[in-house]
Design a protein around this ligand. Structure first.
Ligand SMILES: [Zn+2]
Length: 270
């Protein structure tokens, strides 16, 4: 799809960047993004992706706007209290950029929604069940997944480019000590600007993935808002991961050898 005269004016600041240009901006316009969760991560991510000229954005969230959302969830205002988050967000995003098609899904994440085509999926949820569901789907369909979370002063971001990388996935991290499941936001609280920054980083990661500039598959970026420092954590794939691991020839041989060792004539073990 070529850029209209209005789009050429609107996205002038992108077009002048060599690594984006008209070609990159056209890629943004052709992209279809799913944002699962419209809280402190999903609001800034949706806002920046809509502003960046993404062609189609689907928003999934079953919640209504509450007063305690307002410090972080920048698409909502006091007058929106009690209304569906996705309905309000669609109205705001449509006012921002009429070229971006906004589709809303006012329910919990389900298979019907996931069966649609997406170029990239954003995990902006706050629960591990949804996160693992998104991971399994993205891995199976070879869709890039960008996941983030934030609790108190700390934010985390991980991207997986399953189009090209088949080892190491979100499930490999979920039992690790250094992975903090962020469903304790309600209990432990969260600093509004920290979660906002992680949502913005998710949007930036999407743009990089679309342009082919992403080479951090499975690297965890952790931001400590108290010290202002970023660190990057890497890990090896979990050989027992039920999503991305498969028995290698070597492990099959080991298994057979071990079976033979443990199967002498009088062995009652087997
Ligand atoms: Zn895995």
């Amino acid at each position: 799809m070529s850029l209209t005269a209005k789009q050429l004016k609107r996205h002038n600041r992108h077009l002048t960047i060599d690594s984006i240009g008209k070609e990159g901006q056209t890629i943004f316009g052709d992209a279809t993004i799913l944002i699962a969760g419209l809280g402190g991560l999903g609001c800034p991510a949706a806002s920046y992706l809509c502003g960046a000229g993404i062609g189609s954005i689907t928003l999934c969230d079953s919640d209504k706007v509450e007063i305690s959302n307002l410090p972080r969830q920048t698409l909502f205002k006091e007058e929106d209290f009690g209304q569906s988050k996705v309905v309000v967000a669609k109205r705001v995003l449509n006012l921002m950029n009429t070229d971006t098609k906004i589709t809303i899904f006012n329910k919990e994440l389900d298979d019907k929604l996931l069966n649609n085509f997406y170029t990239v999926i954003l995990d902006c949820t706050d629960n591990i069940r949804a996160r693992l569901k998104l991971n399994s789907h993205c891995y199976e369909k070879k869709i890039p997944l960008v996941s983030a979370s934030a609790t108190a002063w700390e934010g985390q971001l991980i991207g997986f480019d399953y189009r090209h990388k088949r080892k190491l996935c979100m499930s490999c991290f979920t039992n690790q000590e250094h992975y903090h499941v962020s469903n304790s936001c309600t209990q432990r609280g969260v600093v509004n600007s920290v979660v906002g920054m992680m949502g913005t980083l998710q949007a930036t990661t999407v743009l990089r993935l679309l342009l082919g500039h992403f080479d951090q598959h499975g690297e965890m970026i952790r931001y400590d808002g108290k010290t202002g420092r970023f660190i990057t954590l890497t890990k090896k794939p979990d050989p027992t991961c039920f999503v991305c691991s498969e028995p290698t020839n070597q492990s099959k041989e080991t298994f057979i050898n071990n079976t033979n060792v443990r199967n002498p004539e009088n062995d009652t073990f087997l």
